[in-house]
Write a protein that binds this ligand. Structure first.
Ligand SMILES: Nc1ncnc2c1ncn2[C@@H]1O[C@H](COP(=O)(O)OP(=O)(O)OP(=O)(O)O)[C@@H](O)[C@H]1O
Length: 311
């Protein structure tokens, strides 16, 4: 695989508290890698360490074809979590400024800026000053600023926050298109539905430690692909006798059975006991959102590192 970025054994402490511990992952050309985790998990600290904004205490960050520790800024696009553009500057001027910082030819940058403004529904705004833009419009301009120089690696920290659903779709499509053209993308987001639709692989941190790392299919296979929800009055002892059930959750008359990852739904339903009380039954695919909530609220998982490494 074509590695663009490799992170090995990354660790960072603030005032004797280790907030990032022994993090390993890599990002390949043309893939979207998601960095996920609950609030305070260590995502931004990891991203800032990659960008050289923070100095890690342990570990290495290597960009493909560059010396270890060297951050080739002109090849990286970065949308930081904290938003902000110079307020009194015109949209085109700020975009050209971003391009200049990356040594990108200004005539080409202007062409790209106009095309992107049109794409993001900001046509004709090039001479408007930033403080006249709405928050979402400003975010679009900042996003354009992060890709104006055709980066090899694009690091996006919460790109969807504050965007309306239509703009989220536009961003999503653009990020997917960039990956298709070969850009390596590292994406941190809390929007699990979007992440699930977009990312090729994911990396989930909890309390600074790696909990999951792998492709979406691999992660789901490690967890469970399907869950079966049964409305009916059923004893747990009966449910426990059913084959290929990994885990059972029960509340009142609702039972949720998490099925083994290799289950064939068609066959599995046919072998359910005839004594089962079924008022209603549904079988659904497990969502990334459910996996995330499960991990984030499971304190035993939180204390372990590398519980699932599907790489
Ligand atoms: N400059 C700093 N000084 C001290 N502690 C910090 C600093 N930056 C981050 N932390 C702490 O490090 C931990 C990880 O923070 P980080 O911002 O990396 O989390 P995150 O996963 O990006 O969270 P969120 O989803 O809320 O943005 C938190 O406990 C935070 O309080």
């Amino acid at each position: 695989m074509n590695e663009i970025l490799s992170v090995k054994g990354l660790g960072k402490s603030f005032k004797n508290t280790r907030v990032v511990k022994n993090i390993d992952f890599d990002v390949h050309k043309g893939e979207i890698m998601a960095v996920l985790g609950p609030n305070g998990a260590g995502k931004s600290t990891t991203i800032r360490s990659i960008m050289g904004i923070l100095l890690p205490d342990e570990g290495t960050v290597t960009f493909h074809n560059h010396a270890q520790g060297e951050v080739p800024r002109h090849k990286i696009g970065y949308l930081p979590e904290e938003r902000g553009l110079y307020k009194k500057v015109k949209v085109m001027d700020i975009l050209l400024y971003f391009a200049e910082l990356k040594d990108y030819p200004l005539d080409k940058a202007k062409e790209r800026a106009l095309a992107y403004l049109k794409k993001f529904d900001l046509e004709g705004k090039e001479n408007v000053s930033v403080d006249e833009l709405s928050k979402g419009m400003g975010q679009k301009v900042q996003f354009i600023g992060s890709i104006i120089h055709e980066p090899e690696l694009l690091i996006l920290d919460e790109p969807f926050s504050g965007l309306d659903p239509v703009s989220q779709e536009v961003f999503k499509q653009e990020i997917k298109d960039l990956a298709k053209k070969g850009t390596a993308i590292l994406l941190s987001s809390h929007q699990m539905n979007l992440v699930e639709e977009m990312c090729d692989r994911l990396f989930l941190i909890h309390r600074g430690q790696k909990v999951i790392y792998g492709s979406m299919d691999e992660v789901k296979a490690q967890y469970a692909n399907f869950k079966c929800t049964i409305h009916g009055n059923n004893d747990r002892s009966l449910l426990e006798k059913i084959n290929q059930v990994e885990r059972i959750e029960q509340q009142d008359d609702i039972s949720i059975l998490y099925l083994s990852s290799d289950v064939q739904v068609n066959d599995w339903i046919k072998q359910l006991p005839s004594t089962l009380d079924i008022q209603e039954l549904s079988v659904d695919r497990i969502s990334l959102h459910e996996i995330f909530v499960d991990i984030a609220t499971d304190s035993s998982l939180a204390q372990e590192a590398g519980v699932v490494d599907a790489k």
